[in-house]
Design a binder for this molecule. Sequence first.
Ligand code: ADP
Ligand code: MG
Ligand code: MG
Length: 504
Amino acid sequence: MASLTSGAYPPNLKAEEREALIETVKDWSIGNGLAVRPPPTVIAAEADPKAISAINVPVTLFPSPFPRQCFAQAKSVQKTYNELYASVSRDEQFLAQVVKEVEGGDDFIRNLWNVHQKVKAEGYTQPLSLGLFRSDYMVHQDTSTSTPSLQVKQVEFNTIAASFGGLSTYTSLLHNSIAEDALDLPENTTAHGLAAGIESAYHAYPKSELGHQKAVIFLVQGGERNVFDQRHLEYQIAKASPAIPVFRLPYADVLKHTTLADTAKRQLLYRLPRNPSKVYEVAVIYMRSGYDPSDYPGQEAWDARYHLERSHAIKCPTILTQLAGTKKVQQILTTPKTSSAPSALSKFIKDDTEDAAELWRSFTNIYPLDTSEAGLEARKKALDPQLCQSYVLKPQREGGGNNTYRGAIPAFLKSVPEAHWGSYILMELITPPPVQNIILRNGNLEQGGVICELGVYGTCLWDQSTGEVRRNEEAGFLLRTKGDKSEEGGVAAGFGCMDSCTLV
Ligand code: ADP
Ligand code: MG
Ligand code: MG
């Protein structure tokens, strides 16, 4: 596969130039909040008992080269993706079928579905739904045609807690501030774009009938290290719309600090912990938690999710939207039509349009592992010690660290009861062209081959009952980079790092 750059990239620096650059990146990062709370392996809890320290987020010293037409392709398809996922999340029957196929081996998905069922039985009171989405891609070199071309292929679509929008904006600014002018660095407006999505939902929520001030809640995990990423969105809202109150609420405190009004609408009321006589009506719940089973250590956490879901607040996301983001849904949507059946995608989007063609171009092969004909075929590949090398096996989980790669697939699958194999999907590995970069992580440099994953953000506000789309915007990008020896790419999980694009 051809390298993406000719000549020396990243540039060969002399030792003193390198030291000066590290100094610049370290200072710029802390000075501008391109930061995370340190993991205990970097600063031990005993050394920082009050948790006051912050370190710069792992970041590449240089923006990674990224093919211009791939970047444009990913950006231009985002609004179609927003519309598609809004549409999927409105199709309860379709999602019921998906849940049925995976719940046997997946209590978490079943529990989410049960919460939705309970709320549905009493009736949702809030028709509006907010999506802050992120569609992730890697570059794939298509050699199947006579003129080999580079295309982006979708890794996954995130509908809950899609992170790094705040930090990605600052990574682009960092690289811009230290770049030579020869580089083509696209502007990155993610923090602004995501904040504008939240603001639009806030404004769409009418004035409180109960006479309270409206507010936005960021629902967060306790002990979150990636806190500045979230804070940047909060600060952006404060800058653009200073009149909008924003509060951070740890998921574990939902039932302590919020109640539902005793009305048909069940407005969500938030009492300020430091002054409980001050009550706000929550217009928007922006979830940066609730996507991982560990967020639900017991029944109380599930009660809290039910409490939020049945409230009148606009949820980002609702449970249906969260479920629309599962890998199983992605597998079904990317499955082409057969001679006897239309594609699932055609249920949600007119499939003879250029928009639909763009979606299809961004798909890669994903297979079920159920007992269908395609599933049985995929099982053979997954269990074969040679064939499995081209695949990744995924459960219905978010947040990194849940997948099984290549040669580890057969043994893993055999460790799972066969009746539960349908809870997983098998996806072809995308193998992007090699790129070289230098990562600054915890003060140390790692130089070598890297793999880049582009995320494109989108915001969407729609009416779950009528289907009316009130807002549909593309909202900036993220480039995350990992060493080419690492399977997973999550920055928070500790393997990847922040990056930005120089278009080539
Ligand atoms: P999660 O929702 O946990 O982030 P992903 O589907 O994004 O799950 O997988 C995690 C990581 O695994 C990705 O960031 C990427 O580095 C790698 N990965 C996932 N799918 C593929 C694929 N088809 N080809 C290559 N790498 C992949
Ligand atoms: Mg994900
Ligand atoms: Mg991912």
